[in-house]
Every structure is written in C-alpha cells, then in structure tokens.
Design a protein around this ligand. Structure first.
Ligand SMILES: Cc1cc2nc3c(=O)[nH]c(=O)nc-3n(C[C@H](O)[C@H](O)[C@H](O)COP(=O)(O)OP(=O)(O)OC[C@H]3O[C@@H](n4cnc5c(N)ncnc54)[C@H](O)[C@@H]3O)c2cc1C
Length: 494
C-alpha cells in the first residue's frame, strides 16, 4: 500500500460541476487532484446538452425548410442523418475522447487522475490503491446515471439510454420512447423529423408533467404534428425483445418498435461513494447540501448529485458557490477573517451574503469584497428544446397554489401578438405569468414559442430580482417581438 498523498483539495467526478470547481481552485493556486472515472466534461458535452442540441439544430433546419411550402414557394427536403452523426462525432465529442478536456484541466494547474474515487474516511479519497488526503476539503461532483425502471424483462433487453441515442450512426425505422419528459420529447421530435416512426409512452397523464398543463398541450400537439404518437397514462408492465424488435406490454395492450429508448429519469449512485466512511447516509436519492453546498464536514457537493435540478446551469452556479466557499475556508485556515460566520443576506433576492472580510477572487468571477454567495433557486430557469421551445422559471401555478400563495395568473397567446401572427407557422405558444398578489411580484413564468427559451430571460430577471409587477407594466417592450406578449400577459393578471 502506497503512502497517502497530501493535497489541498480532491474533486471526485469531473463533469460540468466538478471540472469547473477543480479548474478554478487550481487556478487560484491550490494543489488540486481531479478524479474522473470516464470522460472529463461529463454527460453534457458527450451525451447530453451539446450533442442533443446539435441534433435539434439539424432537425429544426429540416422543419424550417418544410415551412417554405407555406410561406415562400416550394422546397424539397431530403433528410440525411450522416452529417448530424459526423458533427457529433467530430465537433462535439472528438469521437468520445477527452484528451482536450484533460489538457484543459491540467493547463489550469490541476493534477488529473483517471479512476473511480471513493471516500475513505474523513478527508480521504481512495482511487484504486492510492489514497489522497485533502488538507482543505473534498468536492463530490459525480452526477447521475439513467435510472432504469424495474419493469419485468427490461434489464435483459438491449434498450437504449441517452448514450446510444446520441451515438447512433444509422437511424432505426421505428422507435419507442419510454418517458415523456424533456429529454424524451426532445429526442422523439428529432428522430421523427428525420423520418423515424416514433411513439412516446408516458406513465403520467400528460407529457412534460412537471411543467404547466398548457405547456404539455402545446408540446404534445407539436410532436403529433411531426408524426409522433403519444400515449399517456400508460404504465409499462413488461418488456421483451425477440432479436429484432422490442415489445412493451401495458394495460392489456402492447407496442412494438425496432429500438427502445428509456428516458424515465436519472439516479445518483451514492452507494458507490463511500459516504458511510464519513457518517453520511448513502441510501438517500440525492446528496443533500446546505446553501453553500456543504454535504458534511469538509465535504462539498455540486451538480446533479445534489438533486437541486439536473441542469448544466445549476452545476455551474453551484460550482461558483463551492469555489468561493472553499477559498474562504482556506483563508480562515490560514488565519484570515471569517467571512461566513458573520454573514447576512443582502437584498433577499440576490442570494448573496455579505460579511466582514477581505476581497476574494473566486477564479474568474469576482465576488464582492468579503462576500460568499449562497444558493437561491427561486428563479431556476429550465428549457425544453422542443420546437416550439418550452421555457419556465420559478413556480408553476399549481405549485404556487399548493403553497397557499395568493396567486394571480396572466396569460397571452403568442398568436394574438403581432409577431406571433406574422410568424404564422408554427403558431403555437404563449406566455403564462404566476404572480404573488400580496407581494406584487412574479414568482413563476412560462414562455412557450419559437424562441421560448430566449424570451424567458426577461422573466428570469423579473422573478430573480423580485421586480414589482407595477414596474414591469411600465416598461417598454420592443415591437414586434415575441417578448411583447409578456406585456399582454401582465395586463391580464387577475
Ligand atoms: C440527453 C440530455 C440532454 C441534456 N440537455 C441539457 C440542456 O439542454 N441543458 C442543461 O442545462 N442540462 C442538460 N442536461 C443535463 C446536464 O447534462 C447535467 O445537468 C450535467 O451534465 C450535470 O453535471 P454534473 O457535473 O453534475 O454531472 P455529470 O455531467 O454527470 O458528470 C459527473 C461525472 O462524474 C464521473 N463520476 C461518477 N462517479 C465517479 C467516481 N466515483 N469517481 C470518479 N468519477 C466519477 C462521471 O463519469 C461523470 O463524468 C441534459 C442531459 C441529458 C442526458
């Protein structure tokens, strides 16, 4: 057994969140070991956000070309998957090779270790036979993996997860998609636009069940227009594969397809992390953290693992907090002023605590002197990149009512706005606002439309900064934009 190696910080899992933390702490001058079992960068660049959005970009180009027939003459379109697969291989993933990402990390001053990391008692991480002893802390950013439901027979079949769906070089003729959440719908629409006959099977009574019911309706209508069959309220009971096709059995009926894509959620694998060696319960679904990402004494967690939202922007946001807090710890360990102990919340909405202390550079972003940011998820934005896009922030109407808030709702159809009317096809979309009538501020909003995710940004500012509704009503909204529908929805608040 080799001697433990002493370093400042060990980061386990170099996905979006872990890589950001490890790189920035290394740039700040700490000795950092970054441990990654698979590919540095994690799910987002290789099997998630980036390649899926390349697929969506291509599929939307096809859809837009078809719209020429309605708006601008005639166009003949022949879909070809080869350029999409090539772009994912060559531009997005380097054929699933992370050499560039490893160099990026080591170029920032970090030390890279390939392998599976596991806690081995307080302050210690084991990778194979080597133990690393962290002077200042350990950061866990091990993410999630697809969660495969315990459906009879499923585990024995060659089903796809998002990995195979992203890596596919030749498209099947037919595809069953188990799960009608954001990832399921995005991929279903892409493949349908490339000529695959797709069926989405969803157990809930509507797709995109976590969003507003109006969003579910628009998304389902759009996918059906692309030829996708959507079955909701269907609980798969058994899956079989006969060598060439899958059959999903449910409620006395069955559905058959050449491929089966399972996108029913994701799961953190806490049991692999040695958490019991530091007294943390490994049987939880996610690793709970406080608002500075502390999971336990000397242990921070970041990203999907924390269960605060499975988005790259959450992982990056949390990474900024971890970096600032670890640097604060290091400063205090060296006898510097205690920034966190004297913290007070500034402005409520800002999610920044200010404290007595010196200026701090959190490796790239500057935190106000003596301030350590704390997590505030009230204005968490989320976008489903279907066409039309479904953007949302904060609470849905139902979530707000469940909390006993005195709710006001404002609604505007995009097609009734000048820009929506000009745009014509596809015309579906809307703005829905959820206001707290007592506070006079927006606490949630949904923006569905051709640029739903972009229109959302103004609404995120409104929720995050708690801008009074009275002020939002007296803003000037450029004409004729999609976001002008926000003004109409504000007038409708009641
Ligand atoms: C198809 C798809 C599309 C998506 N699209 C979007 C999108 O448009 N926008 C968005 O915001 N989000 C999107 N996401 C979600 C996004 O990819 C994740 O939120 C993000 O990758 C989370 O980052 P993370 O650092 O928490 O974890 P991950 O990216 O999962 O990285 C965790 C890393 O830890 C490593 N690891 C695990 N255990 C160990 C161990 N014991 N030792 C060493 N290494 C370990 C893993 O190999 C992995 O590389 C999408 C996801 C999918 C699947």
């Amino acid at each position: 057994m080799t001697e433990p190696e002493i370093v400042d910080v060990v980061v386990v899992g170099l996905g979006v969140g872990g890589e950001e933390v490890a790189g920035r702490l290394a740039e700040a001058g700490l000795s950092v070991v970054g441990v990654e079992r698979d590919l540095v960068g994690g799910e987002c660049p290789y099997w998630g956000c980036i390649p899926s959005k390349m697929m969506i970009r291509a599929a939307n180009a096809l859809a837009e070309a078809h719209r020429v027939n309605e708006l601008a003459g005639s166009a003949q379109v022949r879909a070809d998957w080869a350029p999409v697969a090539k772009r994912i291989r060559e531009e997005a993933t380097d054929t699933w090779d992370d050499r560039a990402a490893v160099d990026r990390f080591t170029g920032r001053g970090g030390r890279f270790v390939r392998g599976a990391g596991r806690l081995d008692g307080p302050g210690r991480v084991r990778v194979g036979d080597q133990v690393y002893q962290a002077r200042h802390g350990i950061v866990l950013g091990t993410g999630t993996r697809p969660s495969v439901p315990p459906i009879e027979g499923l585990a024995d079949t060659p089903y796809w997860t998002n990995h195979q769906a992203i890596e596919v070089e030749e498209l099947p003729d037919t595809l069953l998609v188990l799960g009608g959440g954001a990832i399921g719908l995005e991929l279903a629409q892409v493949f349908a636009r490339f000529g695959v006959r797709v069926m989405v099977i969803e157990a809930a009574d509507r797709v995109l069940a976590v969003e507003e019911p109006e969003s579910s309706e628009v998304a389902a209508k759009a996918l059906r227009a692309d030829g996708v069959t959507i079955e909701t309220g269907v609980k798969a009971e058994r899956v079989s594969h006969d060598g060439s096709a899958f059959t999903v059995h449910a409620g006395g009926g069955s559905y058959t397809g050449e491929r089966l894509l399972v996108v029913t959620g994701r799961r953190a694998h806490l049991e692999e992390l040695g958490l019991d060696s530091v007294g943390v319960d490994a049987k939880q679904r996610y690793l709970p953290v406080d608002n500075r990402m502390h999971a336990a004494d000397g242990i921070w967690a970041v990203g999907d693992l924390t269960g605060e939202g499975a988005f790259t922007h959450i992982a990056m946001y949390q990474a900024g907090i971890v970096v600032a807090d670890v640097l604060d710890h290091v400063r205090r360990a060296k006898g510097g002023p205690d920034a966190s102990g004297t913290a007070s919340v500034v402005g409520g909405a800002a999610g920044v605590v200010s404290a007595v202390g010196g200026a701090m550079s959190a490796g790239g972003s500057t935190v106000a002197p003596g301030s350590v940011p704390v997590a505030d998820y009230r204005a968490l934005p989320r976008v489903t990149f279907t066409d039309p896009e479904v953007g949302a922030v904060g609470l849905t109407e139902q979530q707000a009512r469940d909390r006993g808030i005195n709710v006001q709702i404002g609604f505007a159809e995009l097609s009734s706005s000048t820009r929506g009317w000009i745009h014509k096809t596809p015309g579906d979309g809307f703005i829905k606002l959820v206001a707290d009538a007592d506070q006079g501020v927006l606490i949630g909003a949904t923006s569905v439309g051709p640029a739903g995710g972009e229109v959302l940004s103004g609404l995120v500012v409104a929720v995050h900064a708690a801008v009074p509704v009275s002020q939002l009503r007296h803003m000037i909204y450029a004409y004729p934009t999609f976001h002008r529908a926000i003004e109409t929805a504000l007038k409708d608040l009641r």
